[in-house]
Design a protein around this ligand. Structure first.
Ligand SMILES: NC(=O)c1ccc[n+]([C@@H]2O[C@H](COP(=O)([O-])OP(=O)(O)OC[C@H]3O[C@@H](n4cnc5c(N)ncnc54)[C@H](OP(=O)(O)O)[C@@H]3O)[C@@H](O)[C@H]2O)c1
Length: 422
């Protein structure tokens, strides 16, 4: 990092080493130009010194950054900060580890990398007196990661719930307007909301990775993405959404985890009562609640997109240059392992959609009650019914669903999102 004096302003030159120059990488280069005045006022002259890509001959929206597909050539440039926007695990993990081992700070937007290896990479950064910043890896447009990292006591509430994937939220929002899943997916791809592979969005893997990062941030470093019970949104049908509406709610793609006494988690579609804050947001908007009851903190805003992700990455670059170290492993109160206790949804109310029902609504309610899953509200038409139940354990739900399915009825169930208990 060189320092020069122009008139009376001290300008610090900052050379970024880009790992990846795709959607986000190019947006970063463009955002640097657009933010030049603001950065100059802060005394920074930031430029991308070189970028590692797979195919340097591919046409790109930016032309002033040297490109290479050879990691050895890339690493011979001098960098003050490395920005990793390759995606995936390798070669990102190896290159980030090499950079941190050389004492150079890294900013990443890569949730897969952070969920799988964030804990070890943060430890590596600490061992080499440098930092790893990852605000853009979770809800890139909502400043929650650095906020939570700096408020470990105030925000270590033990309960997290959110709509943390914009693509699946957009698809379900479109389905509430009557579109089929397939139509809504095509629209999401056309609008550029879907990630390089939409499978991560649809299957809930993207949301589960973000939840993993949030739990690591709170000190639950033993938790892995595979610990969360997860279901994709691709099994949803338009009548599910319509019957949820008749029951006074909406189906949303949620990520829930509670590490308290009644621990549990869920990543996938869930029934959200119309009065819940999650029912008030729509489209690609993300929302995250941290903590329980009256002490819960709510974050909401645009989830992602290359433009906002690029600006969030650059904010982290400025933090890195200023030497404001990222907090690493937090939550001093956390000691016991929770991963084991998160592998099933917690006790609560459930919403069931039942197809091929031949009995009356009254008989169905009686059947559910005799199977320890009493209905609280019920909507039906023809051979289809939907039910919101009283609170029951996951084991009771599974036993009742088995009993119903043994009669030839097809059952789809979702947890009901409740306001977190204090
Ligand atoms: N898109 C968003 O809105 C968003 C929001 C938040 C976070 N993120 C995260 O940001 C990261 C990047 O996303 P993106 O949308 O920019 O992805 P992308 O468009 O696919 O870009 C990936 C870049 O990495 C390069 N690359 C991939 N594998 C490589 C390899 N093995 N060797 C060398 N170069 C390689 C690609 O090279 P080529 O260009 O030559 O193919 C490309 O330039 C991901 O982790 C994603 O989850 C994205």
């Amino acid at each position: 990092m060189s320092v020069s004096v122009l008139t009376s302003v001290v300008v610090k030159e900052v050379r970024i080493g880009l790992l990846g120059c795709g959607g986000v990488g190019q947006a970063i280069v463009q955002a640097l130009t657009a933010s030049d005045d603001r950065l100059s006022e802060a005394g920074l002259a930031v430029r991308c010194a070189a970028a590692l890509v797979r195919d340097p001959s591919r046409p790109r929206a930016v032309s002033d950054v040297p490109l290479t597909n050879d990691p050895d050539v890339w690493s011979r440039y001098d960098f003050d900060v490395v920005v990793e926007v390759l995606g995936g695990i390798e070669p990102a993990r190896t290159l980030v580890a090499q950079t941190l081992s050389a004492g150079v700070p890294v900013v990443t937007a890569n949730k897969s990398l952070m969920a799988a290896h964030g804990v070890e990479l943060q430890a590596l950064a600490a061992a080499h007196s440098t930092s790893l910043y990852f605000e853009a890896s979770v809800l890139a447009g909502v400043p929650c990661v650095n906020t939570l990292a700096r408020r470990p006591l105030a925000s270590g509430g033990g309960a997290w719930a959110g709509i943390v994937n914009g693509t699946s939220h957009f698809i379900l929002s479109e389905m509430t307007r009557g579109r089929s899943f397939d139509d809504a997916l095509v629209e999401a791809v056309t609008r550029g909301y879907a990630e390089p592979s939409s499978d991560a969005d649809i299957s809930g893997r993207d949301a589960a990775e973000k939840l993993t990062i949030l739990l690591h941030l709170a000190g639950h470093t033993d938790v892995a993405t595979a610990d969360f019970p997860r279901r994709g949104i691709d099994g949803l049908e338009t009548w599910h959404i319509e019957f949820a509406r008749r029951l006074g709610g909406v189906i949303k793609p949620v990520a829930l985890v509670d590490t308290g006494q009644d621990a549990g988690s869920w990543v996938g579609p869930a029934f959200v009562p119309a009065s819940h804050p999650f029912a008030q947001v729509d489209g690609v908007t993300n929302i995250l609640s941290v903590g329980r009851g009256e002490s819960a903190v709510l974050f909401s805003g645009p989830g992602a997109g290359p433009g906002i992700t690029a600006l969030t990455v650059l904010d982290d670059v400025v933090e890195a240059v200023a030497g404001r170290g990222q907090r690493t492993l937090l939550a001093p109160e956390v000691s016991a392992s929770v991963a084991q206790r998160l592998r099933a949804p917690r006790t609560g109310a459930w919403c069931l959609a039942l197809d091929h029902v031949t009995s009356s609504a009254g008989e169905l309610a009686e059947f559910l009650a005799s199977n320890h899953l009493p209905a609280v509200s019920l909507a039906g038409e023809g051979r289809r019914h939907a039910v919101v139940t009283a609170s029951a354990t996951y084991a009771a739900l599974c036993a009742a669903v088995d009993a119903i399915e043994a009669t030839g009825v097809r059952v789809t169930w979702w947890p009901v999102v409740e306001v977190a208990r204090g």
